[in-house]
Design a protein around this ligand. Sequence first.
Ligand SMILES: Nc1ncnc2c1ncn2[C@@H]1O[C@H](COP(=O)(O)OP(=O)(O)OP(=O)(O)O)[C@@H](O)[C@H]1O
Length: 300
Amino acid sequence: MADSTLEFDGTTKRYGDLVALDDLSFDVRPGELFGFVGSNGAGKTTAMRIALGVLSADGGEVRWKGAPITLEAARRIGYMPEERGLYPKMTVADQLEYLGRLHGMSRADARAATAEWTERLGLAERRKSEIGALSLGNQQRVQLAAALLHGPELLVLDEPFSGLDPVAVDVMSGVLAERAAEGVPVLFSSHQLDLVQRLCDRVGIIRSGRLVACDSVDALRSTERQLTVDVGAPWEPALPGVRIVRTDGTRHVLELDDDVDDQDVLRSALAAGPVAEFRPYRPTLTELYRTVVTDGETTR
Ligand SMILES: Nc1ncnc2c1ncn2[C@@H]1O[C@H](COP(=O)(O)OP(=O)(O)OP(=O)(O)O)[C@@H](O)[C@H]1O
């Protein structure tokens, strides 16, 4: 496969006076699961729609395989839109075959792919059911099948995990990880940060249309200069540039200014008693998110 990186390059979008995307730049590389997170109204759906050509940008560019995305290229992308857009009166099999045909598949190929994906996504028993009679979670599985049916070379999924039960989450995660392992770039948005932390290679955090963080989950989690220290007894680090972020019993999470030597903190702790715990504190993605997004944000 040619390098199928998806690149947002200075993408800007306005709705009247509202700047929905402000000079957004990041890429999603072959074989990686990229989590796109941000508050309601941050701009995730807008960015994904622009990538698919459903919406046009006011500035910048979105490229796939090094070129702007044409309608023809978009047919090779698997897209799960936020508004699910299935026909409630159609059966699962008819719907999927129809969508496969829209992506340029022959009738026989669309039928075979429908059989395969309904089987894999646990929908085999529901092939003849009308979409409208399915639970929301099962409708979502049909949406995923629709996004995967034509063997896409790029996946762009808007909140694929919302409303799924834990088993369906596992099925969805497994399929996305498998696609990524095949070399497909996978971009998905989600508000389920524990899931994003567990699944994703890299994460982009968007706030008010701007990318405020973008890195591997590990790198994001180790950027803060924070320590967990427990001396098993009441103790406060009386050192300049060291603040207590949180205390749980005798365990403190400390934040250190850049010029503070963590060995000074250790010496101070040892002076208070035997040190039971002394290690870098790694915030969860949820905690990081609160720091970079919630601080100073206004809801749009
Ligand atoms: N068609 C539109 N006309 C005017 N404003 C719009 C339109 N679509 C989106 N917006 C605004 O653009 C901003 C970004 O919306 P977008 O749907 O991209 O956010 P999101 O990150 O996907 O949010 P959510 O997590 O709630 O799905 C919001 O302020 C939204 O109100």
